[in-house]
Design a protein around this ligand. Structure first.
Ligand code: A3P
Length: 285
């Protein structure tokens, strides 16, 4: 019998209130996206675009960002016995012109922020590859009890939850896509044409990388390069960030895991929920 993954956290109402009241500043960038949508990749792209690449190699990648939704563990000591701050407090303490932070929330808690100076970079990925990536996240994550079931068991156990989250969050952000301070980046577009997507990000952030810098950024964003750099990250948690964050990096890997029946179930929900929204995805060859 497979272990059941623990239930996922809902946003604490107090944290929601604080996010709504947050003092946004010029230069704030919020990364939003469902888990396993490629947010680490896009975060790195932004970091590289807005930083000096002449710095030493270890500065080429931005470590984990403050997670606005995080409030749990606040009373447990963090790395080195330091008290942990909730993500929002960490975000507020960030120095420098650009304060980068992340969230897994739907767009509605940022209604107040949309009229302000913050920019929102939203990553989206097709639900089938997201599910497979999430499955491996659960099998590797100590925090999630190193889930030991098969993909089909995971699918059965989590499908309602994943469907609910994936559609409600993506569709909520999709509705905001025409805002000047919202940019949607699809994982499949990053895979197909990283140069074009990095240039869209640059335009959104009002930065103009030279051709030379752009080439260097694209090299640093290549899966194998990023994976080898990330392997050197010292992550305080018990899980291996390397295996969780950088697994296969492909579009269409779902075909190696989905049964025909599972594919049918997902296709039916996709048809029902995305019809008429204009939101669509690539699923691999
Ligand atoms: P897979 O598990 O399918 O490999 P997130 O950062 O939102 O948790 O998303 C993680 C997913 O993005 C993982 O997908 C990971 O491998 C993929 N990813 C991260 N960096 C990548 C890169 N440079 N190129 C391609 N995919 C990347």
């Amino acid at each position: 019998m497979a272990d059941a993954p623990e239930p996922d956290n809902k946003l604490n109402p107090e944290v929601e209130k604080q996010i709504r009241a947050f003092q946004w500043k010029e230069g704030d960038v919020v990364f939003s996206g469902n888990a396993k949508s490629g947010s680490t990749w896009v975060t790195q792209a932004v970091w590289l675009l807005t930083n000096d690449l002449e710095k030493s190699a270890e500065n080429h990648y931005k470590p984990i960002l403050p997670f606005l939704d995080k409030h749990e563990n606040v009373n447990r000591p963090g790395p080195g016995g330091q008290p942990r701050e909730p993500g929002l407090e960490r975000a507020a303490m960030l120095k420098g012109h650009m304060r980068c932070m992340k969230t897994h929330q739907a767009s509605d808690i940022f209604t107040e922020a949309f009229g302000g100076p913050a920019k929102f970079v939203v990553t989206m990925r097709n639900i089938k590859d997201t599910l497979v990536s999430l499955y491996f996240h659960f099998t590797k994550a100590v925090k999630r009890g190193n889930y030991s079931g098969t993909f089909s068991e995971f699918f059965e156990l989590k499908k309602e939850f994943v469907f609910h989250n994936w559609f409600s969050k993506n569709l909520s952000w999709w509705e905001e896509r025409d805002r000047e301070n919202v940019l949607i980046v699809k994982y499949e577009d990053m895979k197909r044409d990283p140069r074009q997507e990095v240039l869209r990000l640059a335009d959104f952030l009002s930065v103009s990388p030279s051709e030379e810098k752009l080439d260097a950024i694209l090299d640093l964003l290549a899966f194998d390069t990023m994976k080898s750099h990330m392997a050197q990250w010292k992550h305080p948690g018990p899980q291996s960030k390397e295996t969780v964050l950088m697994r296969k990096g492909a579009v269409g890997d779902w075909k190696n895991y989905f049964t025909e029946k599972e594919e049918e179930i997902v296709d039916k929900v996709l048809e029902e929920r995305l019809a008429g929204t204009g939101l669509s995805f690539e699923y691999g060859e």
